[in-house]
Design a protein around this ligand. Sequence first.
Ligand code: CA
Length: 338
Amino acid sequence: MIKKIITIEEHFTLREISKRVIDFNTKQIGGNSSANGIQKELMALVLPTPDDIEDVGERRIKFMDESGIDMQLLSYGGSSPQNVADIALAIELCKEANNELADFIKQRPARFGGFAVLPVMDVNAACEELERAVNELGLRGAMISGTCNGRFFDEPAFFPIFSKAEVLGVPIYMHPAIIPKAIAEHYYQSENWPAVAGAMFASAGYGWHLDSGIGILRLIASAIFDKLPDLKIISGHWGELVPFFLNRLDDQLGKTLQLDRKISDYYRSNIYITPSGLFSESQLQFAISEVGADQIIYSGDYPFLIDKRTKSFLENASISNEAKEKIAYKNAEKLLRL
Ligand code: CA
């Protein structure tokens, strides 16, 4: 019997903030193009109901109780203010979102913790907000969604955000998000399948996972962990396809990079991976054998996935009890100082 379950990639949104983000973005890109129509069709397929994602009260607690979850670490879901192009607005909305998240947590500190959302386009503001979120609001790190409007976070301009995280002793969770249009079109669209399938292929179906995994590899390749050896990064969906290729990355890409250690060494010490609700035993077994149970933390991706097997999946898995306890809560408690 596992003592407790802590899941760390669980989302909420705030109606008023998401509305202001969507209103701003709609004004930016203009009205009713067919691309917008396809995006809407996709969103109808992947987004949870507002009732599920906006609730940080009884409805969510009921799901947690029924699924054996003791604590959720919350982060902002879709329509996050992170990348709003009006920087002053992004800063304002991120602060507001983090304040509200801290209020939710204050009401039920035993059941919830959280990751901050950061206005990454203004790196100084993002660093200040991370510090405020951790030191004043008690949040446990930050979640960064996708890229900064197409810019990967290994760009030297973003280095202070990671440096700040290392100083504060908190991890950054790198979460997938919409990828640039030209890449989506090149790799994922075809006349052989419907446009909405192309949009899904480019996002939750495959593309944004690959993109997020590449983002992690770019951080490693940039030598960020040589400069910030204590920096911890979290990657969902069992590591966004990267763990499967560590040997090849060491053998080939590794030859050409100027790093102190092997790519897989950084991966196995600076990166934590989580299932994001992909409750597959073969992926669990593979993750343990490839990165080790010390680098795996549990997550369910509620309410994008609503799966009540959260506790039973781990309890029934054919892995050691020691590995179960580490994945279920011990690694999270240690990394997030819960
Ligand atoms: Ca998620």
